[in-house]
Write a protein that binds this ligand. Structure first.
Ligand code: DQA
Length: 235
């Protein structure tokens, strides 16, 4: 299929399998999951707190690894002080291809971001809203802020409440300043993830196992297969 793409747009996106279950993670040891996904995201906030990174990494699949310690206000499963989240991210850095840090934490975490960049680790600056779709101007401001703090990829997750909210995400593809990942959550999550993938989102998140990491995710196998049968579209 012809790839009609603009700068910073790619097709197909990398399919990211979010893992929020220690039980599922333990089944992945050394597995090659390439026919299902391109990256695995380990949600460290979802793991039992007593586990050390070396223990966890014993089960690591043979895939690029995104490490996330999500803050509670943006969907994290454990409440912890920011310093603890940063030190966990730091402890997992030797294993990471990429790390995710909330845009609102990037100023405080700027040293961490620099450290990641020095190690050649990609930085995803992210923002999540589980209730609404913020306005496009606000989301663009967030992108600007994330880029100023050196995010390589800016990720927007929000909840479309009416069909028109999907258009807010579409607008983000107008001249982004670098790669973006855009996804809806909730009942319009699945359809939005397909559309934004076709518009050039560089990542699309889904789940492995039997538990969604966010409302509106697809199972990674299903989205990978579906995207194989589709192609890029113009905004
Ligand atoms: O931030 C994201 C995206 C996500 O919230 C989603 O909507 O698929 C799932 C999370 O695991 C991940 O950290």
């Amino acid at each position: 299929m012809q790839q009609i793409l603009r700068e910073h747009q790619t097709y197909p996106p990398n399919v990211v399998a979010s893992i929020t279950s220690w039980e599922v993670w333990k089944t992945l040891k050394g597995k090659d999951l390439k026919d299902q996904c391109d990256w695995v995201e380990l949600r460290v906030d979802a793991l039992p707190a007593e586990l050390a990174p070396e223990q966890v990494m014993e089960f690591r699949p043979d895939m690029p690894l995104l490490v996330t310690v999500r803050c509670h206000e943006e969907g994290g499963l454990r409440r912890m002080p920011e310093e603890e989240r940063f030190s966990l991210l730091r402890a997992y850095m030797p294993y990471a291809t990429a790390i995710d840090i909330e845009i609102k934490s990037m100023r405080h975490g700027r040293e961490l971001v620099m450290e990641a960049a020095d190690r050649g680790i990609l930085v995803i600056g992210s923002t999540h809203d589980f209730q609404i779709t913020p306005g496009v101007d606000y989301l663009r401001e967030q992108e600007k802020k994330a880029r100023a703090y050196r995010a390589d990829i800016v990720k927007f997750a929000f909840t479309p409440c009416v069909a028109g909210d999907i258009q807010t995400g579409v607008q983000l593809f107008k001249k982004p300043k670098g790669p973006i990942a855009v996804m809806g959550m909730g009942p319009m999550g699945p359809v939005s993830r397909l559309l934004y993938s076709q518009l050039g989102s560089c990542l699309v998140y889904g789940y492995l196992g039997d538990r969604e990491a966010a409302p509106g995710q697809w199972h990674v196998s299903l989205i990978k297969e579906t995207l194989r049968n589709l192609g890029p579209i113009l905004r």
